[in-house]
Write a protein that binds this ligand. Structure first.
Ligand code: SF4
Ligand code: SF4
Length: 420
């Protein structure tokens, strides 16, 4: 960490803050306001707190910081704001400012240290997930009998079905490839959901792409940016930019909505870094969520029928941050005999929000409960989504509410429709 007064992206800009006209149109879209009914837990209230902190009119008291901490950073408010307030980057910069001013409470510092330990070095993430796996069956069985704060934690214990997919080099090379794309592996996707990477590579190859995974790539940095550790988020962004630009790709494909959202914002985060500003702009222009990339790619029509009732949960960082809503639905509708049934409010946060279900299990449980009721009312056999955090959270919901439902990434279902 360097000394000196904070500057963007370690400080919310006046231009961003002043866009809020206090109309309140975002309030009913904010999950924390809907549950808690408190103005300081609304987007408008949080912007007021952040501005007061920036101007030094209030100090970083535990009460003020808790209102910031309760924000899921789901960016639902951003999607409905008529003034275009970039709430996501305001909140990220506000947390970075608190950290930079050395005002972060102990809980923030512990979280930042744990994230640095486990996610900045991927093999440690793999090892932690593998270590949790043996206790998963017992934790899942006991989850329903535990008190609410522990219930969600136990039900979320990961149980990967295969070895981590952490491969580098050329992953697929079809004859006469039309494009060369880079695949972000991410910090937890390889160990938690290796089948999602396998399906992604298979579909990209079917679409005529050579798929490469540069060895120097790293975690995208999203969880660091969300938790106020902007120094580490920027360091990881620079590593990814160098790694992907060095191998010369036409697109950087991402199958985790939270990662893609931040990688599209590297250009903004590094705008003040003379050595990286231009490279970051180029990199961000190449980033595509896997669903938007495949929707526009030259995929042959799937042939294998999947007679399934499927409902789709919009990941917040795909629908609200990247504004990608129709591409995943169009891909699902291509699958023969698959019935896509919309649930009520499919773009409401499921309560996962990175590590929110660990830091605020009570509120995360309330949001998940609402989500599972809405999914159950569709009578779907599969809940499809496009982000590992949402998958983990929805799987926990399926276990807690004993639903006969499978949770799958959109690309897993689509790849299944090409099997055989
Ligand atoms: S964030 Fe946007 S919608 Fe919410 S109060 Fe401000 S201007 Fe209105
Ligand atoms: S990011 Fe989500 S939780 Fe935070 S203020 Fe906006 S809508 Fe509310």
């Amino acid at each position: 960490m360097t000394d000196g007064p904070p500057a963007p992206p370690f400080l919310p800009s006046e231009a961003d803050l002043s866009r809020c006209v206090h109309c309140g149109l975002c309030l009913q879209s904010c999950p924390t306001y809907r549950v808690l009914r408190l103005e300081p837990d609304s987007p408008r209230g949080r912007i007021h707190i952040i501005r007061s902190l920036v101007e030094g009119r209030i100090g970083p008291t535990p009460v003020a910081l808790e209102h910031l901490e309760l924000c899921l950073q789901c960016r639902n408010c951003e999607a409905v704001c008529p003034s275009g307030v970039p709430f996501g980057r305001i909140m990220e910069s506000a947390r970075a400012m608190v950290t930079k001013r050395r005002s972060a409470p102990l809980s923030w510092r512990v979280r930042q240290a744990l994230l640095r330990l486990f996610l900045a070095r991927s093999p440690l993430a793999d090892a932690a997930i593998a270590a949790a796996s043996p206790i998963a069956p017992l934790a899942h069985r006991l989850a329903g009998r535990l008190p609410p704060p522990l219930r969600l934690l136990a039900a979320s214990t990961p149980r990967p079905e295969a070895r981590p997919y952490r491969r580098h080099g050329v992953l697929a090379r079809p004859p006469r490839p039309s494009r060369r794309v880079g695949l972000l592996l991410g910090c937890v996707m390889p160990a938690l959901f290796p089948a999602v990477h396998r399906a992604t590579v298979r579909l990209l190859a079917l679409a005529g792409c050579e798929v490469v995974s540069p060895a120097g790539q790293a975690c995208c940095g999203a969880l660091f940016a969300h938790s106020g550790d902007m120094d580490m988020a920027l360091a990881l962004a620079r590593r990814n930019i160098d790694a992907f630009l060095a191998v010369g790709v036409d697109a950087v494909v991402v199958n985790a909505a939270g990662c893609g959202a931040l990688m599209k914002e590297y250009a903004h985060l590094l705008a003040h870094d003379p050595a990286y500003a231009a490279k970051a702009r180029l990199f961000s222009s190449l980033v595509r969520d896997v669903t938007e990339f495949l929707d526009e790619a030259n995929l042959p029509p799937p042939t294998r029928p999947l007679p399934l009732r499927v409902t789709y949960q919009d990941p917040c960082h795909l629908a609200h941050a990247q504004r990608v809503r129709e591409a995943p639905r169009r891909l699902l509708r291509r699958v023969p005999h698959l019935a896509l049934i919309e649930m009520e409010h499919p773009d409401r946060c499921c309560g996962s929000a990175g590590v929110y279900s660990l830091s605020h299990p009570g509120l995360a449980h309330v949001l998940l409960s609402e989500r599972m009721q809405q999914a159950a009312s569709t009578d779907a056999q599969v809940i499809a989504t496009a982000n590992p955090g949402c998958m983990l959270q929805l799987q926990a919901g399926v276990r807690l509410w004993r639903m006969p439902v499978r949770v799958a990434h959109v690309v897993e279902l689509l790849a299944q429709a090409y099997e055989g």
